[in-house]
Design a protein around this ligand. Sequence first.
Ligand code: PLP
Length: 395
Amino acid sequence: MKLDVERARAETPGTDHVIHLNNAGAALPPRPVLDAVISHLELEARIGGYEAAAQASAKIERTYDAIASLINCGRDEVAIVENATVGWDMAFYSLPFGPGDRIVTAMSEYSSNFIPYLQVAKRTGAVIEVVPNDAHGQLDVAALANMVRPDPAGRTVKLISITHIPTNGGLVNPAAAVGRIARAHGIPYLLDACQTVGQMPVDVQEIGCDMLSATGRKFLRAPRGTGFLHVRKSLLERLEPPMLDNHAATWVSADRYELRPDARRFENWESNVAAQIGLGVAVDYALGWGLDAIWERVAELAESLRRRIAALPGHTIRDLGEVRCGIVTFTAPRPAAEIKRDLAARGINVSVTAAPSTRLDMDARGLTEMVRASVHYYNTEEEIGRLVEALAGRD
Ligand SMILES: *Cc1c(COP(=O)(O)O)cnc(C)c1O
């Protein structure tokens, strides 16, 4: 069934004010999310923060169930954290690495993941290996299948860690094919799904990942400062988070603590309760539209945008991959920052993606920066037309 765009826009106050094509940065929240956050803040102000949390406990717990439905996992396999990076770090830094341990990643890897690989490699002597791209510009599955065998020195792969959809383009990496390889070899698999959740269906059983990190504010349309981490039960029981507090663990006797049995061992005590409730409402809101319907609309709008930008003289679409998502990147004869500024003056939001965010990919392609226009299901062909006219200097 086609998504009711008119209703989506009526429920999104921001669409009255801007042409928002920075959904990969932070999407516009829908009215129910906004209402949920504000009403909880008001409750806190009225009766006290702890008392408000106690009263709203069902709503807070609902967020775990909503996320579990969204990605098809158990509610005890979900940690709610303040952003995707914290979730990802908690998972990654829980894994033990030693000299020669191989960490396998891909060309499109995100800065905030690659920097930790470099740090852990420096500290422990682990080595980072990068799967090359295939002819489509996505992770080469056949190359990965070769790499996961022990190398000539007998060193094994301790982790496969990749980004599903990079921050800098339409590429959708073949995450499930990677999962089949990880499973077959019993290698832990960490997936950065920050740009994925909310724009397309994500099923961790189908993908076969053991850990998945995501953020709230991007395609999920949740408040800023929210994110979550999924860790598969069989793995989580063996992982000790790098930092603990009295929420992740209990101080049971003078010289001993016990970790929580569930994924909340990756959380800590204090959090923005209003935002957590808002995250749950945003997930339920996305589920209400249906991720298949959202994905169909997003993919269609993005392809239309690519066709129209590609037809502009001097503009080059830079998106890689066999499957392309709602993130559209391009270069033009003018600096990206100048384009962004000119569009902003016309009430059109886009962003600039620069080499340090995805260094391996950008360096390999000789790119220093691109304009990123990311669509969501509440955007329209008319808005896309306005962007294209502005780029062409015809408005
Ligand atoms: C935005 C982004 C992140 C970081 O998410 P935060 O919520 O800001 O921590 C991680 N990975 C990718 C691919 C991203 O685009």
